[in-house]
Ligand binder design. Structure first.
Ligand code: HEM
Length: 405
């Protein structure tokens, strides 16, 4: 058994060169211990790491573990996140009943039924990006030309944000998610994003629009229980959460399929929507792109299988340490698009479970299917060893993905 005693291990770890889809080896060894283990994070603090699918689900649903980032000792992902979270206040970092108060304003906007109705519009966006890519000379960068624009265009449409601001919000969002951004960089990116949101809110106060920000603005005007600042916080959470994660999942998922020819052939053989939907779930499980894990702080002493987590101590749940638990998914290291995979925890678990998951699912299903159908000869146009993986970001993925056909 390797030495993974109290706080001997730095977290997060990088995934290994040569097997960029697998969770870091040290994390898998900690997982084998099947008990909470302390790790050291960027500020020298030593929160607990929780592994195991059932243990993670039980604790993620436990109200004694709080998402409130204002509580001293909260285990932030980076110094940038610490600065940002202290300046903004969105429901992802609140506990119930406050969290539910805001979340309920949006649940009707992201139902599976509503997202299904968006399929034709999302299909159009995907088709257009593919045609534009094919009009270029190969190789092209799938991240820049497809994976990033598709979810950005979709979330811009839904929120009522002009897509011509994408260069700005994509780069500001990258600053927020980079683990080594300086406090100044984060403060400036946050200030600029906020002023974009407030500018749009003011426009929609003047002239009503039928989009999610417009809907929140109507509530602000008619019921008066939502301020401009609160709308700005919600809009930015949706804008950032709505493009970055899905973009990385599209690119890394495509790479994983290209790297596993048998699974690529299997995906292509699927004709039923349910088969494609399940393949997307397996890619979400297998890739577990939430690189820094879910973060919580204990509001009380909690016994976890004989280990006491004390009130005020930080707790981290790495996604892959649940999704790669062989007691939940047999042979978790195998990408197997035919296994039932929908109960993975890549969208989190409990009260903060991803609000946008019905949207992400529809986007991913359409993006992979159309890309592989429309470009039958698609292939990686670089050596795997030369790709740059996002070990330094809060969301894992690949920086560029050169493809040819
Ligand atoms: C592959 C794509 C995505 C992944 C892997 C993902 C993952 C997650 C995870 C793990 C959480 C839980 C955070 C926690 O427990 O602290 C979360 C929350 C959230 N996600 Fe996503 N997400 C994705 C796409 C989206 C999209 C497209 C949206 C669009 C609006 C979105 C909006 C949100 C929001 C608003 C929350 C906060 C929910 C709450 O606190 O109640 N996500 N997401």
């Amino acid at each position: 058994m390797p030495q993974v005693g109290p706080a001997s291990v730095a977290y997060p770890m990088s995934r290994q060169r040569g097997c960029p889809f697998d969770p870091p080896m040290t994390l898998r060894k900690i997982q084998d211990e099947r008990r909470p283990v302390r790790v050291t994070i960027w500020d020298g603090s030593t929160p607990w790491l929780i592994t195991g699918y059932e243990r993670q689900r039980k604790l993620l649903a436990d109200p004694r573990l709080s998402s409130d980032a204002t509580i001293p000792g909260f285990p932030f992902q980076s110094s940038g996140m610490k600065v940002r979270r202290k300046r903004t206040s969105t429901f992802i970092q609140m506990d119930n009943p406050r969290h539910n108060y805001y979340r309920r304003m949006l649940t009707g906007q992201f139902t599976a039924k509503k997202m299904d109705a968006l399929r034709p519009a999302i299909q159009n966006i995907v088709d257009e990006r593919i045609e534009e890519m094919l009009a270029k000379e190969a190789p092209v960068d799938l991240v820049r030309d497809f994976a990033l624009p598709v979810p950005s265009l979709v979330i811009c449409d839904l929120l009522g944000v002009p897509y011509d601001r994408h260069d700005f919000f994509q780069s500001a969002s990258a600053t927020l998610l980079k683990q080594d951004s300086t406090a100044d960089e984060v403060v400036e990116a946050t200030r600029q994003l906020r002023s974009l949101a407030l500018e749009l809110i003011d426009q929609k106060i003047e002239q009503h629009t039928e989009d999610i920000i417009g809907h929140l603005v109507s509530r602000h005007l008619s019921q008066g229980d939502l301020t401009r600042d609160e709308i700005a916080d919600i809009a930015l959470l949706l804008l950032l959460a709505g493009h970055e994660t899905t973009a990385n999942q599209i690119a890394l998922g495509t790479l994983a399929l290209l790297h596993h020819p048998d699974q690529l052939a299997l995906f292509r053989s699927f004709s039923e929507p349910a088969q494609i939907a399940n393949a997307v779930e397996e890619l979400l499980r297998y890739l577990s792109i939430g690189h820094v894990g879910r973060r919580r702080i204990a509001l009380a002493d909690i016994d976890v299988d004989g280990t006491t987590i004390r009130q005020g101590e930080g707790v981290i749940f790495p996604d892959s340490a649940g999704n790669w638990d062989e007691q939940a998914f047999a042979n978790p290291e195998q990408l197997d698009l035919s296994r039932p995979a929908s109960n993975h925890i890549s969208f989190g678990y409990g009260t903060h479970q991803c609000l946008g998951q019905p949207l992400a699912r529809v986007e991913l299903q359409i993006a992979y299917k159309t890309l592989l159908d429309r470009i039958p000869s698609v292939r990686l146009a670089a050596e795997m060893e030369d790709l740059r993986f996002r070990n330094d970001m809060n969301v894992y993925g690949v920086y560029e993905l050169p493809i040819s056909w």
